[in-house]
Design a protein around this ligand. Structure first.
Ligand SMILES: NC(=O)c1ccc[n+]([C@@H]2O[C@H](COP(=O)([O-])OP(=O)(O)OC[C@H]3O[C@@H](n4cnc5c(N)ncnc54)[C@H](OP(=O)(O)O)[C@@H]3O)[C@@H](O)[C@H]2O)c1
Length: 336
């Protein structure tokens, strides 16, 4: 199989058209199987996926060490093609509570030093603060990443969940490869101001939550029990009437999927892929089975009639509930 590629920004790297988001292998979606996680990363690399996404705060370094193990045990040719995108800046305590973000230049370099060790690599391919630190101008945070680039420890600057004004300020400081932000059939806020801005500035999107954290994957059910530490147990979209409403949207999508002989997840991923060559969906598969399903989306072509049917099944503002709990919504520069 030949993997399609896309380029991140005007100066960024060429990456596989689908990236693998590794977060769920360590945190936020309940228990994951370590051996299966490593096997999934290996299978992704074998299929030609070159972009692996993580955050240093995903189970406090666990996710980076997992990726490090997968890279160490992968065939050399695959390891050499892999690009690792890392988010930093989230502050947590031993109980896992979140207490803010730190984008001070010294902190950025400190975070990077630990990440390089945990990943077992000599450079990070794309480095970004997970959320804007409101107390530190973005120019200073990006400036620190630029210093790391000059020293060879980082290759490219990325952004995460920031709005148009911050994107412009960051892009005036250094070339930006990509903005990582939630984008899916039911999270389309980015289309209003953010996507036109990234397009104007030649910045790509790495889209996460393409399956809305499993909600629109076709595999989520109304009666699924979630552990207390599962993000979805607290996500407005997964609660009561909201969940019922959102799963009705999935049922409408399922009809289109069935007509095309593909799965719901494949339609949802293919729709994001169809939004433009500047968009790279990060799929959160944590098993080889889910990965294979996700990769199948690369073979799904949505023609004009399909796209119209999808729009009708899931109109732009159809979702019930915000994409984050209220307190976390306030941390999103992208939602201001
Ligand atoms: N920048 C940011 O603020 C930010 C925020 C969140 C995530 N991210 C990054 O984006 C990546 C992707 O986000 P996400 O994990 O929330 O995305 P997602 O792909 O929308 O959701 C992944 C979840 O969907 C379920 N799923 C069902 N069918 C699937 C299939 N065929 N392929 C993949 N998943 C399927 C999986 O649950 P089951 O395993 O239970 O089936 C999995 O836990 C993360 O891993 C992380 O690297 C970034």
């Amino acid at each position: 199989m030949t993997m399609r590629t896309r380029t991140l920004g005007t100066t960024g790297p060429q990456v596989s058209a689908l990236g693998l988001g590794c977060m769920g292998m360590s945190a936020l979606y309940g228990d994951a199987d370590r051996a299966e996680s490593v096997a999934t990363i290996h299978a992704a690399l074998e299929a030609g996926v070159t972009l692996l996404d993580t955050g240093d705060f995903y189970a406090m370094g666990h996710n980076e060490m997992l990726i490090g193990e997968a890279l160490r045990t992968a065939p050399a040719a695959r390891r050499e093609q892999a690009l690792v995108s890392v988010k930093f800046g989230a502050l947590r305590d031993p109980d896992g509570n979140w207490s803010g973000y730190d984008g001070r230049p010294d902190a950025v370099k400190n975070f990077a030093a630990y990440s390089l060790q945990r990943l077992g690599v000599d450079h990070i391919d794309v480095y970004r603060i997970a959320r804007l630190d409101a107390a530190v101008p973005i120019e200073e945070t990006v400036g620190a990443i630029t210093e790391l680039i000059e020293k060879g420890y980082v290759r490219h600057v990325g952004l995460s969940e920031v709005g148009a004004e911050t994107i412009r300020r960051a892009a005036a400081t250094a070339p930006i490869a990509d903005l990582q932000i939630e984008y899916s059939l039911i999270s389309r806020g980015v289309e209003q101001e953010i996507l036109p801005t990234t397009r104007e500035l030649g910045i790509s999107l790495t889209a996460y939550g393409v399956l809305s954290r499993g909600l629109i994957s076709g595999h989520f059910s109304r009666d699924r029990q979630l552990a207390a530490n599962d993000f979805r147990a607290h996500s407005p979209r997964f609660q009561g009437d909201n969940l019922r409403h959102n799963l009705n949207l999935v049922d409408a999508l399922r009809k289109i999927a069935e007509q095309k002989g593909v799965s719901v997840a494949q339609i949802a991923i293919a729709w994001v892929l169809s939004r433009g060559e500047d968009i790279v969906p990060l799929v959160g598969a944590r098993t080889r089975e889910r990965l294979a399903e996700s990769l199948g989306a690369l073979d799904v072509t949505l023609d004009e009639a399909d796209l119209a049917a999808v729009e009708e099944a899931v109109p732009a503002d159809a979702a019930a509930g915000d994409r984050y709990p209220a307190e976390q919504m306030t941390k999103l520069d992208s939602e201001r």
